[in-house]
Write a protein that binds this ligand. Structure first.
Ligand SMILES: NC(=O)c1ccc[n+]([C@@H]2O[C@H](COP(=O)([O-])OP(=O)(O)OC[C@H]3O[C@@H](n4cnc5c(N)ncnc54)[C@H](O)[C@@H]3O)[C@@H](O)[C@H]2O)c1
Length: 294
């Protein structure tokens, strides 16, 4: 059986960990050749090796894709290695702190803008001439918080609102070039960010996050990757300018609906991908970036 992405070439930013790992593995399984892009300290090479061992095609790219030259080098690598570029997945992003706005660290704000906004802009800009040649598409990581805001990390929600509007503008202007542009907007996903032990959320926030989700649990990285695979594929040929919510219903919930879910329905599905790095993500300001952001 042919994979849904057979013959396609894709770049996945933030592909070494969390949701990005699952996107890379899902895309490879569906037949795409994948450039797994991430910071130098991310388990990017491990993901490439795991994909290759499973019979897929992937290469690693390490660097900070919020910088213009690095973003251009990443796109160049895809074209040199695989001859073209069909799909750009702007998944890289950060969630470095939680704080109300009166004490929100300026350094954390700059870090958010650099990695959530600049990365998406630089990669989309660098990839567009190649996506125009293949009539390809770009899918960016939005968030339910980009629609409804996020208390105690209001700049994060705002950065995702920027991504939503950016993709919609790109969708309209690039339709005449045959390029589609969309967002996948996750709710609380089972990565390092949504656990108090590994990310900046407090116990209260973590509890509220699950209770405020009608399905009563976090989503798995694979459940998000499945939606990316559909939108990036030719099956979604009439989908552009769309925001696809993969959020267990949290965006439309008005209260602690998740508390009503029986425990057997709160189990995460096992899935099919050999996901190894869902909690290896990024939850603090990198030392390399401190003091010089954008
Ligand atoms: N986890 C969630 O609950 C959730 C919810 C909504 C949206 N999202 C979005 O999904 C995406 C992935 O989230 P995640 O939880 O998997 O995070 P994660 O930290 O597990 O993975 C993100 C990866 O991107 C990399 N990265 C960040 N900035 C980069 C840059 N400038 N250059 C290269 N690599 C960079 C990080 O090092 C990390 O490996 C993010 O854009 C996030 O905003 C996540």
């Amino acid at each position: 059986m042919q994979g849904r992405l057979e013959g396609k070439v894709a770049i996945v930013t933030g592909g070494g960990a969390g949701i990005g790992e699952a996107i890379c593995k899902k895309f490879a399984r569906e037949g795409a050749a994948v450039v797994v892009a991430g910071f130098v300290e991310d388990p990017v090479r491990a993901v490439v090796d795991e994909i290759t061992a499973a019979g897929g095609r992937a290469v690693a790219f390490t660097g900070d894709v919020s910088h213009q030259q690095t973003a251009e080098a990443c796109v160049k690598l895809a074209v040199e290695q695989f001859g073209k570029l069909d799909i750009l997945i702007n998944n890289a992003g950060v969630f470095p702190t939680t704080s109300t706005i009166d004490t929100y660290p300026v350094e954390a704000f700059e870090y958010l803008i650099k990695n959530n906004v600049y990365s998406t802009f630089m990669m989309t800009r660098a990839a567009m001439p190649h996506l125009q040649k293949t009539r390809g598409n770009v899918v960016s990581a939005g968030s339910e918080s980009g629609e409804i805001g996020l208390a105690q990390n209001s700049p994060y929600g705002a950065s995702k609102g920027w991504v939503h509007a950016f993709m919609r503008g790109v969708a309209v202007e690039q339709a005449r070039n045959g390029v589609r542009a969309n967002c996948v907007c996750p709710g609380p996903i089972d990565t390092a960010w949504t656990h108090k032990e590994t990310g900046p959320m407090t116990a209260k926030m973590e509890k509220g996050l699950v209770a405020g989700t009608p399905m009563g649990r976090r989503g798995t990285t694979e459940e998000v990757a499945n939606v990316y695979a559909f939108i990036a594929s030719d099956e979604a040929s009439y989908v552009t300018g769309a925001l696809y919510f993969v959020d267990g219903g949290t965006t439309v919930s008005k209260g602690p609906d998740g508390d009503e879910v029986p425990s057997e329905l709160k189990q995460e599905p096992e899935g099919q991908l050999a996901v190894e790095h869902s909690k290896d993500g990024h939850t603090k300001i990198r030392e390399a970036d401190a003091g010089h952001m954008v």
